[in-house]
Design a protein around this ligand. Structure first.
Ligand SMILES: [Zn+2]
Length: 409
């Protein structure tokens, strides 16, 4: 029995207001952080005690590589800092908490040793309406852990499936607005880089909204965001979203942290099996790891991407992505009057794997760099960069349309 699924608490299921959009959500329940605790058990393993303002459907399951416990709740109000404060055991590492999908919140607990769910129960106080969620996890070995890991498919908790439409989209030929999918990195339980009170997921969302505004104003672009809110979205889910929106191109926005503190300035990345340098490779791995930790299994998704790839003109798209990246670098350097030594790099970024949509990833800067952070917080700097992106797109759009017209003759 590896997954204790909240639907056994049938009485709460009437609370599952499905179809409610994230922006309208008011969480169903909140955690009384003061009276909640995650602590060691006397004979090994841990207990999780959560004091909730009211009962809600939940489920718990485990995942390996890396070992972690995942708990999903229907709309629970809490945050990562509060959740971290209840951890009183060495077994649990840096946890994450946040919106996973509209209507769902997820708690991810990385664990340093394999554990198995022995018991999970939700008890209601008839008088106050409050609920106590108690989970007991006992020791197990890695083999048993691996065997039990995973979650039973369940309609009620189904992740919006990643759909791949293999119909190639007609290339833009300059006779209609160019559709731009703007992809703010991270979101929900995945904050991206965090420096002090600043979180990458928020900074890139602000930038993305402004960029959409500035592109739309020209009348030459239709722009939309892959995520409008502070909600988690898998890397392949972002591609799927871009394709559903009939995007002509995808721009993914990030402002990551790099271990080597020297990284700074804007870099535009394209997809490649071979990374341009160590930092590029490190970034690509870091982004995939975010998905992995949040409970998305990349191996399955990667296969889905690969099978689509075989049927489509990937080479053509790669060439278009590279020229797009080049024009963006030129546009941004002109608009900001700055250039870097290596502003255009490549690595195996999953989010750039759409076989038929030219895709680039812009690192707007590194949160770990003081000047970059200052820039990101400066509306004037952001406007310059957005103008630079616009200029780059203008040049690319004209060239790309001319090329498409030639190809069709
Ligand atoms: Zn990032």
């Amino acid at each position: 029995m590896n997954a204790f699924i909240g639907k056994i608490f049938v009485i709460f299921c009437m609370l599952c207001a499905s179809g409610v959009q994230a922006q309208e959500l008011r969480a169903l329940s909140s955690v009384d952080t003061e009276n909640s605790r995650i602590f060691d058990r006397i004979f090994g393993g841990i207990n999780i005690e959560l004091s909730l303002s009211q009962g809600i459907p939940f489920r718990i399951f485990t995942k390996s590589a890396p070992n972690r416990i995942i708990m999903d709740f229907r709309e629970l109000e809490w945050n990562s800092a509060q959740a971290s404060s209840i951890v009183d055991t060495e077994i649990v590492g840096d946890l994450r908490f946040g919106v996973f999908q509209p209507g769902w919140t997820r708690l991810v607990l990385p664990i340093s040793e394999p554990l198995v769910v022995n018991q999970a129960k939700l008890e209601l106080d008839a008088e106050t309406g409050k609920a106590q969620l108690s989970v007991k996890l006992g020791r197990t070995d890695q083999q048993a852990f691996d065997a039990a890991a995973g979650v039973q498919p369940d309609k009620e908790w189904a992740i919006t499936p990643v759909e791949f439409d293999v119909t190639p989209r007609e290339r833009q030929k300059g006779d209609r607005p160019i559709v731009v999918a703007i992809d703010p990195g991270h979101g929900g339980l995945d904050p991206g880089a965090v420096v002090g009170k600043y979180q990458e997921k928020e900074l890139v969302l602000i930038f993305a909204r402004e960029l959409r505004e500035n592109l739309a104003k020209t009348g030459r672009y239709d722009a939309f965001l892959t995520r409008e809110q502070d909600v988690f979205m898998s890397l392949t889910g972002r591609i799927s979203h871009a394709r559903k929106g009939n995007a002509d191109l995808l721009i993914s926005l990030h402002a990551d942290a790099l271990a080597e503190g020297s990284a700074s300035g804007i870099t535009v990345y394209t997809l490649s099996d071979k990374a341009s340098n160590e930092a590029a490779e490190q970034l690509a791995t870091q982004l995939d790891r975010s998905d992995l930790l949040s409970g998305v299994d990349l191996t399955d998704q990667d296969e889905a991407v690969t099978s689509v790839l075989m049927d489509l003109a990937r080479l053509e798209t790669n060439a278009r992505s590279t020229s797009l990246a080049g024009e963006l670098v030129t546009g941004i350097a002109t608009a900001t009057q700055r250039s870097r030594s290596r502003p255009q790099l490549a690595a195996a970024f999953t989010v750039l794997k759409a076989p038929d949509i030219p895709s680039v990833l812009i690192e707007l800067g590194f949160l770990t760099n003081k000047r970059d952070l200052r820039n990101l917080l400066n509306p004037e700097w952001r406007r310059y960069v957005q103008q630079g992106i616009l200029q780059g797109l203008n040049v690319w759009g004209v060239n790309d349309a001319a090329q498409a017209r030639l190809l069709r003759k």
